[in-house]
Write a protein that binds this ligand. Structure first.
Ligand code: GDP
Ligand code: IMO
Ligand code: MG
Length: 430
């Protein structure tokens, strides 16, 4: 049996949570390795909806270990609130089944405030962030001034680290016309929640090494998607972490060989939340229809997601840059009842046709999609659980997508419900 990393292959919201939940039936450990509460992963189990941002999607099943790895940025208040909400939905969360890396970075209120101040500054490039402080927290991590989970156990060190952090942030805040942060106040706030967070703190790399020794099955749960990756995405309209499967190792404290199968979660069309280029975006009734049938509203911010045709060039690039072994094609049912479907197979840039998405910001905004038109289907695929239940034209669409992106289909998802999933080729047995 192989360890599987589940990652998004587009701009996030591909259905990672649903697939991680489905796969986690057979996993022992589920690990988040990057991002923070900018993520919003939805699980629907027998009609009951669970929305997770920081907690690994394996938490809803009993008997699994859920790990928040060192690569995640953790807002401790948001985490405690999420734990409380999930407990309210009868999910068991204890120090036994939830482990948080002691070397993970914390998101503080000043990070969210800075995120918002920058987004609101007229001179800045507006990214359309989730305003959760993700970017500023990762900046502090890389700049070596971040507060980490283990610092909460040492009040003296914590006070010193707050001083260093505020020397930087208060200078920035003065420049932005914002009120300075009081160090004593921040220290008190952190001390108040410290025991509640430290309860879950653990040496995660060791825990994962033990899992390897005991031949446990580990599922790595990515957040966001390949086109939001800080290196490979539509920079600067990206998130501040690496979202590709390579990060699964770094962000949890295992070697690169720990991941044997990379499952790229891929929506049967395309969506994006926030600003930035989107070559196949639709501004007409067709785009509107996709948004309505697909209920395309953000889990975290409630923003309307932009919708467009499937972009095979972009997903093929995600397959290459992220080492995707196979894909799970989700939300196929949202395409039901459409006469014809378009798929982007190239980009026009000036007098050239490109078979890749260029990295330059101006070119990314300028490219025009080259489409191939495929026949749609009138029958319903909603809730289909076997390949034989799919209309012939839907199978043709799937097979053409597979060919264009140069990766095989492992799973197909046909509704938000856990069990409405078609297994084509088992990622665990690859
Ligand atoms: P994630 O961030 O990748 O976990 O995805 P989100 O949960 O943000 O967004 C995916 C949305 O589509 C959620 O509301 C899911 O319940 C829903 N969903 C997932 N798979 C399917 C599917 O196959 N069909 C339909 N109609 N909805 C789906
Ligand atoms: P999941 O895991 C979709 C987008 C934001 C914004 C950009 C940067 O649910 O797929 P950030 O707050 O990270 O600095 O925002 O990234 N974004 C997401 N879009 N799904 C997500 O997560 C996202 N997380 C961040 O909308 O455009
Ligand atoms: Mg989401």
């Amino acid at each position: 049996m192989a360890n599987v990393a589940v990652v998004g292959s587009q701009w996030g919201d591909e259905g990672k949570g649903k697939l991680v939940d489905w796969l986690s039936e057979r996993a022992d450990v589920v690990v988040r390795f990057q991002g923070g509460h900018n993520a919003g992963h939805t699980l629907v189990i027998d009609g009951k909806v669970y929305k997770l941002s920081l907690l690994p999607s394996g938490i809803v099943r009993g008997g699994k270990t859920s790990i928040i790895g060192n690569g995640v940025v953790i807002d401790p208040w948001a985490l405690l609130k999420e734990i409380e909400t999930l407990r309210g939905q009868d999910v068991t969360i204890t120090a036994e089944n939830l482990k948080i890396a002691e070397n993970a970075t914390l998101i503080l209120p000043l990070h969210g405030e800075l995120d918002a101040l920058r987004e609101d500054a007229t001179a800045a490039v507006k990214i359309g962030t989730t305003r959760r402080g993700i970017g500023p927290a990762y900046e502090d991590k890389v700049a070596r001034r971040a507060i980490r989970v283990s610092d909460l156990a040492d009040p003296e060190l914590l006070a010193k680290k707050i001083d260093t952090l505020l020397a930087h942030h208060n200078a920035l805040r003065r420049g932005l016309g914002a009120e300075e942060v009081d160090g004593a106040d921040l220290l008190a706030k952190l001390q108040e929640i410290a025991p509640k967070i430290l309860e879950f703190s653990d040496i995660v790399w060791r825990r994962l090494d033990e899992a390897k020794r005991d031949r446990k099955l580990v599922l790595f749960e990515g957040a966001q998607g390949a086109m939001l990756d800080n290196d490979h995405g539509t920079y600067p309209f990206v998130t501040s972490s690496n979202t590709v499967a390579g990060q699964a190792a770094v962000g949890s404290g295992v070697g690169p060989g720990a991941v044997s199968y990379v499952l790229g979660i891929t929506k049967a069309y395309t969506t994006r939340v926030g600003e930035g280029p989107f070559p196949t975006e639709l501004f007409d009734d067709i785009g509107q229809g996709l948004g309505e049938r697909g209920k395309e509203f953000g889990v975290v911010t409630g923003r309307k997601r932009r919708c467009g045709w499937f972009d095979a060039v972009m997903v093929r690039q995600a397959v290459k840059t992220g080492g995707i072994t196979g894909i799970a094609l989700t939300k196929l049912d949202v395409l039901d009842g459409m006469d014809e479907l378009k798929v982007c197979v190239g980009y026009k840039l000036g007098d050239k046709v490109l078979d890749y998405y260029p990295s330059n910001m101006a070119d990314q905004a300028e490219v025009e999609p080259v489409y191939e038109t495929l026949e749609g289907w009138s029958d319903s695929t909603f809730g289909a659980r076997s390949w034989d239940d799919l209309p012939a034209t839907a199978v043709k669409y799937i097979r053409r997508v597979e060919e264009l992106i140069e990766a095989p289909i492992a799973l197909v998802s046909t509704s938000p419900e856990r069990e409405d999933t078609i297994l084509v080729k088992d990622p665990f047995l690859d």
